[in-house]
Design a binder for this molecule. Structure first.
Ligand SMILES: [Zn+2]
Length: 161
């Protein structure tokens, strides 16, 4: 078991945070944005950036090549559906995508919107980690969290119409 501190300050003991999230053992702040047969989308409010979405597989696998053919098709469809919603309801022009296989959790893809203010942290991918840390440490005020929660609600409505 692993002890994990959540954004809201509570600590949970889980084998895998992704499993806990997709099974509903741990409720993400803001709730689940979208669920398909094989994938589960939520925002990690520990990183309060409008429109940031984490798309996790429901199955406990680490790598893209461990997905079944059906899961792969579902993955790309859900990913593009979320991307479309980010553009339509939040006006997000650019998104950075990444996933790492050496995670302590399981297969999940970060969809990080690119905003103007992020250029202060670098021109491209080198800015992603500093941007996430800045968001976590400096953007945790009530007003921003409120904005983030509104964006989660807007995405949830759009994706579940
Ligand atoms: Zn897992």
């Amino acid at each position: 078991m692993r002890r994990i501190q959540l954004a809201n300050g509570t600590t949970v003991e889980v084998e895998c945070l992704s499993c806990a999230l997709v099974k509903g053992v741990v409720e993400p702040d803001g709730g689940v944005i979208y669920e398909s047969d094989y994938f589960h989308a939520h925002q990690d409010v520990a990183y309060p950036i409008r429109g940031l979405v984490i798309l996790a597989s429901k199955r406990h696998v680490k790598s893209l090549d461990e997905l079944t053919e059906e899961e792969k098709i579902d993955y790309i469809q859900v990913l593009s559906k979320i991307r479309e919603a980010q553009r339509k309801v939040l006006g997000i022009e650019y998104v950075y995508y990444f996933y790492n296989e050496d995670t302590t959790h399981h297969f999940h893809t970060w969809m990080v919107p690119r905003y103007e203010w992020m250029y202060d942290f670098g021109r491209s991918v080198e800015s992603v980690r500093p941007v996430l840390l800045h968001a976590r440490n400096e953007m945790n005020d009530d007003e921003n969290i409120e904005q983030v929660k509104k964006s989660i609600a807007a995405l949830t409505v759009e994706l579940n119409r």
